[in-house]
Design a protein around this ligand. Structure first.
Ligand code: URA
Length: 296
């Protein structure tokens, strides 16, 4: 029979196996019907009773299931037994027009970056927030003439609460240093400020919900040069459809209410880590960025 030391070793090696396989966040054992959850939440918002037939034997169990929280600090509550104390209700949100409009109003109400950050801290309209550990708002110099926009934070960013601090961030720092700049000369943010679980790509809905905030962030930083890291941020904020190979290195224009900002897309540093040969093209882009800053 195994003693408890052996059991511990087994558990450790199982966790090690999961980590090696890329598992880095724990969601829960029970499936959650997020569509049902969001319908229920919308019904509550409009103060109409949820459409469940009285006497429906399945209803209480389902309600218990959708009311459970996906809390990053206690994710196992997802599979909690019904007799346990229910966690505070936090359900998935389907971004209807109302939620998007409320994101827009909230973002527009921010007069400073600190306001905007505070708005995001209270905003509950994005489904990425409950699984993320921190809000990854921005880093660098808010008064900089150069601003970078990436797609979404990764694991390291989520832990530290700062964008581009993992391996791709370190590469970005080296690229900046190659043109004589550092983080004090730039401001860095992402389209989506919460880490998608397991680093998956943010859904179009998640991106749409977060867009008013990054747009306001760009307005408030008001840089002379805007650099999109990877195709996703450029596509989302410039509306271009080209792939990154075609789009990169080409000067475009990002429209604010009262002026246009010079904008360029370049390869995402994470892509460069996988395809180092492409660094020569990024180098050209960074030289072009330096020249543009000198022109202004
Ligand atoms: N990739 C991004 O797009 N943003 C980060 O902050 C980190 C990695």
């Amino acid at each position: 029979m195994q003693n408890s030391q052996d059991n511990l070793k087994d558990i450790e090696s199982l966790l090690e196996f999961y980590r090696g396989a890329g598992v880095d966040c724990f969601l829960g054992d029970e499936p959650v019907d997020w569509v049902e959850a969001s319908a229920r939440q919308a019904a509550q918002r409009h103060q109409t009773p949820p459409a469940t037939a009285p006497g429906n034997a399945g209803a209480p169990a389902q309600a218990a299931m959708v009311g459970e929280t996906r809390s990053p600090s206690a994710p196992r509550q997802l599979a909690a037994a019904p007799s346990r104390q229910p966690a505070p209700a936090q359900t998935a949100v389907m971004p209807d027009h109302e939620t998007i409009a409320s994101a827009r109003d909230l973002a527009a109400s921010a007069r400073t970056l600190a306001d905007l950050k505070a708005c995001l801290e209270t905003f509950e309209g994005c489904n990425l927030k409950p699984t993320a550990k921190t809000l990854v708002f921005g880093d660098g110099n808010p008064g900089a003439r150069l601003m970078f926009v990436g797609e979404a934070p990764g694991r390291e960013e989520d832990l530290q609460g700062k964008p581009f601090v993992g391996r791709s961030g370190q590469l970005l720092d080296r690229m900046l240093s190659a043109i004589g700049l550092d983080r004090k000369d730039a401001y860095i943010a992402n389209v989506v400020p919460w880490r998608p679980p397991g680093n998956r790509t943010p859904t179009p809905q998640e991106t749409e919900i977060c867009k008013p905030f990054i747009k306001r962030q760009i307005e408030l930083v008001n840089p002379d040069v805007l650099v999109f890291l990877g195709a996703a941020s450029a596509k989302n904020l410039l509306g271009v459809q080209d792939g990154i190979r075609k789009m990169r290195g080409r000067w475009m224009s990002y429209a604010l209410q009262d002026r246009e900002i010079a904008a360029i897309a370049t390869y995402h540093p994470a892509y460069l880590l996988r395809s180092p040969l492409e660094k020569r093209l990024s180098w050209r882009d960074f030289l072009s960025i330096r020249a543009r800053l000198a022109d202004h």
